[in-house]
Structures are given as structure tokens and as C-alpha cells.
Design a protein around this ligand. Sequence first.
Ligand code: G3H
Ligand code: 13P
Ligand code: NA
Ligand code: ZN
Length: 329
Amino acid sequence: PLISLRQLLDYAAEHGFGVPAFNISNMEQGLAIMNAAKVCDAPVILQASLNVRRSYAGDRMIVAIVNALADMYPENPICLHQDHGHNEQACVSAISAGFTSAMMDGSLMSDGRTPASYAHNVDITARVARIAHWTGASIEGELGVLGSLETGEAGEEDGSGAAGKLDFDQLLTDPCQAAEFVAATKVDALAIACGTSHGAYKFKREPDGDILAISQIEAIHHGVPNTHLVMHGSSSVPQYLQDLINAHGGEMPQTWGVPVEEIERGIRHGVRKVNIDTDCRMAMSGAMRRFALENPANFDPRAFILAGMAELETLVRDRFERFGTAGHG
Ligand code: G3H
Ligand code: 13P
Ligand code: NA
Ligand code: ZN
């Protein structure tokens, strides 16, 4: 069955585990993730971007795929979430299409790149949360700007590239403001800026020690105990996947992501939803590259895609196990 984000994360909070939220754009990613969830006995968050809804799969297709997955895997609860909506239309249309949760990211304006004022964020998020709650759907808000604490550059919000240099404290969500924001908007989950950024190119050097602003996470969690913290930009960009891609014709410059141990530390301090897209893309496309090079006579697309699915399933199983999601399906 499909469940709301609130239902799933209330349960996760009660039992102290984290839930990865994987972005999908097609049936095969959905099947690979659900195979992993079945093996691990894990609940699942599948999320789709606006680009996927509007110009790749389409709403009818994404919702049909996820409903079919729910029928095929009756033991694994699934939340279908709209990732990064920047206005009322994006969120309400997702819910009316069958999503059980949506992100109203009012930290940016409707264009998805211009930083928004706090007042705009509160106003639009409160309005969308009120509408969503009429239907039983959940809303995730965002407070703060995701960027790199290493460089002080604002990260790629929504993959589209937000504005220039920011101060460190602008990059971290303020705990007092978080409590005020949650009280004013009634969001079920809150995405916070705590040291991560979107995409494959998060850090230019191997992170030594602490990546996440743990004291910030703790303070925010303490101030909003009934609202679930979300960490975007949580791909680890593992070396083995960079190597897989680069050994088979790819050309990805060396980069570093968020180590899985850091995410585990975040979960211990209150993070519940962990957004992962880049790692899934790397696993699937890397394995397809390898298959293509190793099987030059093969021209059956299923064989390529199955190779990609197997690598994705391995990655997803690892995250379910390490985040503590396994065994809670
Ligand atoms: O943060 C959102 C996604 O990682 C971007 O995905 O390329 O489908 O817009 P997209
Ligand atoms: P990554 O680019 O680190 O996978 O982050 C994805 C994300 O936050 C989607 O909302
Ligand atoms: Na989201
Ligand atoms: Zn995100």
C-alpha cells in the first residue's frame, strides 16, 4: 500500500532509524529498489522530480509504476513523494495525481534558483501544507540553503544551480528559526542545510573528519521533536562507482561525497529522511557501461538494463542496512 511520509517517518522516529529516499525516473529503478527492499524487509520512499513528472515519464506513468510496485510488493510500505516543488501548483498537482507526499521547497522562488525570503517561505509552505493535510498527504519544507561548507559556494539546488558565494551561517539552518518555521507552517518534515549539497561534486578533497554540522542537527531536532529532519544531497559518490564508470569509458573527474558513516551519525542525531539520487544514477549507468564494453555483440536492451539494476540493488541494500531501515518493512 502507499502510505504518507508522516506515517512512515513517525514510525522511523519511534524506532530510531533513517529512511533513504531514492529518486526514480523509470520502472527498472523502481523494481531494483523494491527487490532490495524485499530482501531487507524495508519500507521505501520513492521520489520523483518535477523534470521526471513533466518531461520524462509523466505523472500517469510514474504513479502507475509506483502503484504497480505497491501491488507487487505488498509487504513493503511505499511513500511516493514529489521532490523539490517550488510552488503551489507543483505540490497540489502531485497530490491530485496520486503522490502521498510533496516537498514544498520555499527556500527558493518558483524559478527554482532565486533565494526566497523567510516570509515568502513561511507563507507559501503554510498554505500548501494546509491543502495537503486536507487530503491526508504530507508536506516537507526546507529552511536554509544547501551549499558546500568547504567552498562557501551555494550548491546546485534542484540540479539547476543556485546563486554565488554565501557566508557559512547562511548555509546552516538556524535552530530557533526552524522551530518558528515549523510552528507557522505545520510541515511534517523539514529539510535542513547542515553541510551537504546536491550532485556528484560535493567536495574537492577527501573529507577528513566531520562533514555534517552535528551540533546544528541536534539543536534543530531538539526544537522540533515532532517534525522529521531531512538531509538532501546525501549521495556518498563512492570511489568504487567512480572507478566503475571511469574504467569503462567514462570520464568523471575525481570527487568526494558524504561518507556513509557521516550519514549514520546524522541519523543517530535525528535525521530521518536521507535523499539519494546521484549514487543511484552512478550505479546504474556505470554497470551499463561495463556491460556494453564486456558484451560488444549484445544488442538486447534488457541485458544492459538488468546489469544496471543489479548494481543499483546492491547499493540500495547497503543503504537500507546501514541506515537501520532493514527489518522494519
Ligand atoms: O534534486 C533533485 C534531483 O536530483 C534532480 O533530478 O534531473 O530529474 O531534475 P532531475
Ligand atoms: P544527491 O545529489 O546527493 O544524490 O542528492 C539528491 C537529493 O537531495 C534529491 O533531492
Ligand atoms: Na524532497
Ligand atoms: Zn534535494
